[in-house]
Write a protein that binds this ligand. Structure first.
Ligand code: PLP
Length: 425
C-alpha cells in the first residue's frame, strides 16, 4: 500500500517501509527518535527540475536550510547541484560536504562582514543582497579584499504566495528583499559602488506554495524591472533567480509538479523575450520533504475525559513545524494492527502545551509500538533544538535495503561540554 505523495514510503504487509528498509527494524537498530531519509526519493524529486531545465544555462541551488546534514548535501552535490546558503555556518557545511562554492548563492538579510569576507574568499557565485545598506557594506568588504563581489538584488515583488503568514516572504510587510518601487534606484546605486559587479536579479516569495499563479505574477514583476534596469542603467542582468518555495503534499495539498511549474515559467520568460538569460532556482522543501520520516516510539497511552493522548518519544525539539506553524503532518503506525482506531493527540515529552506533533489522529497503537511522522525530511532536523536538554535525534540514509547512520544520536554530556561552572568563592 503506497502513501500519497510518498513514492518511497509504503506498507509491505503490516510493516511500514522506507525504500526496502522496515521502519521498526531501523528503530530497533538505531534507536528513536530517528530520522530516516531515502536517497532515491531525493534524487527523484530533483529529476523533474533538471529535466525541465535541460538545454538552458541554469543553476539549481538546493536551499540547504531545509535539511543541512552533510550526507544530504553530498547527495545533491554529487547530482550536480549548487546550494542556496543563508549563513557562514552553512557555507562551512557546503565545503565539508564537498560542494562547489562556485555554485553557491548567498541569501539572507543579515550577512555580517565576517561572513561576506569568508564567502568572497571561498568564491561564491553570487550574493543575493537584501537592502541598500547591505550593498554598501558588501562593496566596502570586497574592495578592502581587492575584489568585486558578484551581486543580485532580492526584489520583493509584493505578491501574495497564498501560504502561512510565517512562511510568506514576498509581501510589502515582510522583512525580506528590496521593495519593488525602490529596486531601480538600488540597482543604480549598486552600479556606482566600486566593490560590486551586478550579475542578476532574484526573488523568493514564500514557502509551501501550491499554485503556479503567484510565481507567474512575481516573474512578470521581475521582468518589468529587468527591462527598466537595462533600458537606463549600464547594467546587464545575466541571470534570473526565481527562488524556491514549491510546496509538497503533506496531507491533501496538490502542488504542481516541478517540471510543470518550470515549464510554465520558461514559456513566460520566452514569450517576453528573456529566453537568453541564465536561470537560477533555489528549491528546498520540494527536494527533501517527502524523502524523510521521523520514527518515534509510543511511550504511553493516556486516556482522558476530553482528550486521549498518545505520548511519543519525539517532541517539538525534534520536529518544530507543528508547534511553530500549526503544520499538519501525517502520522502513521509503523506496524498495522487490527482494531478500532482511537482518536489521540500525539504529543512529546517536552514541558510545553505547544508540544504536539498531531491533533485528533485516529490510530490503532499500543505502548511500545512505533509511529512515523511523514514528510519530515524538510525543516525537521535542521530546526531541531536541545530544549529540555534533549539530545538531538540520529539520522539514517537508506538506499534500497542498505541503511547508513549519517548522524549519531547526541549524548547529554555533549550538550553541556562547552559550559563552565563558576570558580570557587
Ligand atoms: C527558504 C528559502 C528557499 C527555499 O524555500 P523552500 O520553500 O524550502 O523551497 C529558497 N530561497 C530562499 C532565499 C530562502 O530563504
Amino acid at each position: 500500500m503506497k502513501l500519497p505523495g510518498h513514492p518511497f514510503v509504503a506498507y509491505r504487509g503490516e510493516q511500514l517501509c522506507i525504500d526496502d528498509c522496515t521502519a521498526t527494524e531501523l528503530a530497533a537498530r538505531f534507536g528513536t527518535p530517528l530520522y530516516v531519509y531515502s536517497r532515491a526519493s531525493m534524487l527523484a524529486a530533483l529529476a523533474p527540475y533538471q529535466r525541465a531545465l535541460t538545454g538552458r544555462e541554469h543553476l539549481l541551488c538546493y536551499a540547504m536550510k531545509a535539511n543541512s546534514s552533510l550526507a544530504v548535501l553530498q547527495t545533491f552535490a554529487r547530482a550536480g547541484c549548487g546550494f542556496d546558503i543563508v549563513s557562514g555556518g552553512e557555507l562551512e557545511r557546503v565545503l565539508a560536504a564537498g560542494g562547489d562554492p562556485a555554485r553557491v548563492v548567498f541569501s539572507g538579510l543579515g550577512k555580517t562582514r565576517a561572513e561576506m569576507r569568508r564567502a568572497l574568499e571561498a568564491g561564491v557565485h553570487c550574493f543575493n543582497v537584501e537592502s541598500e545598506s547591505e550593498l554598501g557594506v558588501l562593496s566596502e568588504v570586497a574592495a578592502a579584499a581587492g575584489r568585486r563581489a558578484p551581486v543580485s538584488l532580492r526584489v520583493n515583488p509584493d505578491v501574495d504566495a497564498g501560504t502561512h503568514p510565517y512562511i510568506s516572504t514576498g509581501l510589502k510587510a515582510n522583512k525580506f528583499g528590496i521593495a519593488h518601487d525602490r529596486a531601480l534606484a538600488a540597482y543604480r546605486h549598486a552600479a556606482r559602488l566600486p566593490g560590486l559587479e551586478v550579475i542578476g536579479i532574484d526573488c523568493h516569495i514564500g514557502s509551501q506554495i501550491t499554485e503556479t499563479s503567484p510565481y507567474i505574477d512575481a516573474l512578470d514583476r521581475l521582468l518589468d524591472l529587468v527591462e527598466a534596469i537595462e533600458a537606463e542603467a549600464s547594467l546587464r542582468i545575466r541571470h534570473l533567480d526565481l527562488g524556491g518555495g514549491l510546496g509538497i503534499q503533506y496531507t491533501d495539498e496538490a502542488p504542481p509538479p516541478a517540471d510543470v511549474l518550470i515549464g510554465e515559467l520558461l514559456a513566460r520568460i520566452d514569450a517576453r523575450g528573456h529566453g537568453h538569460r541564465a536561470l537560477v532556482f533555489e528549491p528546498g522543501r520540494s527536494l527533501v520533504g517527502n524523502a524523510g520520516v521521523l520514527v518515534s516510539e509510543v511511550l504511553y497511552l493516556k486516556p482522558g475525559e476530553e482528550k486521549n493522548f498518545c505520548v511519543v518519544d519525539a517532541a517539538m525539539n525534534d520536529l518544530m513545524r507543528p508547534a511553530m506553524y500549526q503544520a499538519t503532518m501525517a502520522i502513521v503506525p509503523c506496524t498495522l494492527r487490527d482494531g478500532a482506531p482511537v482518536v489521540y493527540d500525539v504529543v512529546g515529552p517536552v514541558c510545553e502545551s505547544g508540544d504536539w506533533l498531531g491533533r485528533d489522529r485516529g490510530l490503532v497503537v499500543q505502548a511500545g509500538d512505533h509511529v512515523a511522522v511523514l514528510s519530515a525530511g524538510a525543516y525537521g532536523m535542521s530546526m531541531a533544538s536541545n530544549y529540555n536538554t534533549r539530545p538531538r535525534a540520529a539520522e539514517v540514509m537508506v538506499d534500497g535495503a542498505h541503511a547508513t547512520l549519517i548522524r549519531e544520536r547526541e549524548v547529554p554530556a555533549a550538550l553541556f561540554a562547552g559550559e563552565s561552572l563558576l570558580p570557587d568563592d
